[in-house]
Design a protein around this ligand. Structure first.
Ligand code: HEM
Length: 484
């Protein structure tokens, strides 16, 4: 019996030794004759028409996929709400998605219906991928170290200001607080002074309505349905763009140039020399803010709960602040932030156990071969960081929160694509460095302000109903550190 390139058994049987319910298909050659037999990935059967596995998956997607991996191996298909999904589980199988061309495994086909109504036309998944790649490059130019140094000052200041409302001790919803704080810091850092200065409750509500576009409903239901959430999203989109146009217009007219990301976009040109128009800039500003909003606020909240659960680790992180920055804890700076290695590893471990993007998805536009199987056209091909990050075959003490695992050489046995919180390949995240700067600055400041505990030992369970897996009932107990 042979092993395929994923190293898994290829004997047509599942891991329990039973025969898999597997379909085969015949490929025809140009003369119309049957040539070779295709073997489709093992398919998880369901007796529920249309919905298929939606209920089992929706209840506990990670458990569902882990069981599927155990039973069927690294490539497995199933149907939900009339769509067929094929998951590539584990680093080897995932390579197909990360190494493929966008024309073969396509991102726009699956993401555009969610993102285009929110970001607008002419950007991201509304344009051919080579154009989006150019836009990503422009954004990346703005996400540079010189700007991060400015951002850190802003983030520390915003964080200190924000937590004044928490007083000396109490219990508060940590996720809510961090979501509010992150929109303030991201708006100031990624959009600039002018847009941050008009961020009041009304504008925050517009962002919330826009954000309401990122739901399972928006992804699954036709866009023309007159749902209130769709209407609110579309209205918010128009209103926010109007605000951004005014700011862009004003910037274009002022002589003195600011040194920030908005200015980078105003000055940027495509390869053919064409500058970005106001609509593209406004769309990219919305994209920048929202791409980092839930991802960073969920990650920051989970990090807080991991630290609250392990007081000795929290104390080590606080001591590290003093060791690296100085006993009297002066304002943070970029070089010192880099040297906060333990905090860095805690963030890295949070992203392992709670990666905010649970699934990356592509549409198979051509048949894809992997692990001895052929994935047919029309399947939604998926990789789950959450599953890869805790695979039994790859990680030791896989469910333990252990930031020191990264002190060794290669915590996942050097296996490629076993740690992918920011994706990989052509669609890889451009916000990783900014996210690290933002979250580390926020948590450095928060560690200096307070000590944290779980409330009556409760560590949040995971809310699987949202697209990004948020903590349930995320209330934390805090007490101001003795001032000395
Ligand atoms: C903890 C924070 C973040 C996490 C975990 C995260 C995760 C990811 C992942 C997994 C992808 C790949 C998606 C795919 O392949 O389908 C991605 C792409 C991307 N992210 Fe992030 N992200 C974070 C923060 C940010 C921030 C702060 C920004 C902007 C400043 C950003 C902008 C982008 C962009 C532009 C892409 C490219 C999408 C593409 O090319 O298809 N992200 N991110």
């Amino acid at each position: 019996m042979g092993k395929d390139r994923t190293g898994k058994k290829q004997d047509g049987k599942d891991r329990t030794g039973k025969n898999r319910t597997e379909k085969t298909g015949l490929e025809k050659d140009r003369t119309g004759k049957n040539r070779t037999e295709k073997k489709y990935p093992p398919y998880i059967p369901s007796s529920v028409p249309f919905l298929g596995q939606a209920i089992a998956f929706g209840k506990s997607p990670i458990e569902f996929l882990e069981n599927a991996y155990e039973k069927y191996g690294p490539v497995v298909s199933f149907t939900m709400v009339g769509k067929t999904f094929t998951y590539l589980l584990g680093g080897d199988a995932a390579a197909l998605l990360f190494n493929s061309k966008n024309e073969e495994l396509n991102a726009e086909d699956v993401y555009s219906r969610l993102t285009t109504p929110v970001f607008g036309k002419g950007v991201a998944y509304d344009v051919p991928n080579p154009v989006f790649l150019e836009q990503k490059k422009m954004l990346k130019t703005g996400l540079n170290i010189a700007h991060f140094k400015q951002h850190m000052e802003i983030i520390e200041e915003e964080t200190r200001e924000y937590f004044k409302r928490w007083g000396d001790r109490g219990e508060k919803n940590l996720f809510e607080a961090l979501s509010e704080l992150i929109i303030l810091t991201a708006s100031r850092c990624l959009h600039g002074r002018e847009i941050r200065s008009i961020l009041d409750e009304k504008v925050a509500q517009l962002y919330a309505d826009l954000d309401g576009g990122f739901t399972h409903a928006a992804w699954l239901l036709p866009g023309w349905l007159p749902l209130p959430s769709f209407r609110r999203r579309d209205r918010a989109h128009r209103e926010i763009k109007k605000i951004f146009y005014k700011v862009i217009e004003k910037r274009r007219q002022t002589e003195e140039k600011e040194d920030d990301i908005l200015q980078t976009l105003i000055d940027a040109t495509y390869k053919d020399g064409r500058p970005l128009n106001d609509d593209e800039i406004a769309g990219m500003l919305i994209g920048l803010l929202l791409a980092g909003q839930h991802t960073s606020s969920t990650t920051s909240a989970w990090l807080g709960f991991f630290l609250a659960r392990d007081r000795s680790l929290q104390d080590r992180c606080y001591k590290e602040q003093k060791q690296v920055c100085g006993e009297n804890l002066p304002p943070l700076n970029y070089d010192k932030l880099k040297d906060l290695n333990l905090l860095d590893r805690c963030l890295k471990e949070t992203l392992r156990l709670r990666p905010p993007i649970m699934t990356m998805m592509r549409m198979a536009r051509s048949p894809q071969k992997v692990g001895g199987y052929t994935i047919p056209v029309g399947h939604q091909v998926c990789v789950s960081p959450t599953v890869n990050h805790r695979l039994q075959d790859t990680w030791t003490q896989r469910l333990e929160f252990n930031p020191d695992r990264y002190l060794g050489e290669s915590p996942a046995g050097g296996e490629k694509f076993s740690y992918i919180p920011f994706g990989a390949g052509r669609h890889r995240c451009i916000g990783e460095n900014f996210a690290y700067v933002q979250i580390k600055t926020i948590w450095s400041t928060m560690l200096r302000l307070y000590e944290y505990d779980l409330v009556d030992g409760y560590f949040p369970t995971i809310n699987y109903t949202t697209m990004i897996h948020t903590p349930n009932n995320p209330v934390i107990r805090y007490r101001r550190r003795d001032q000395h």
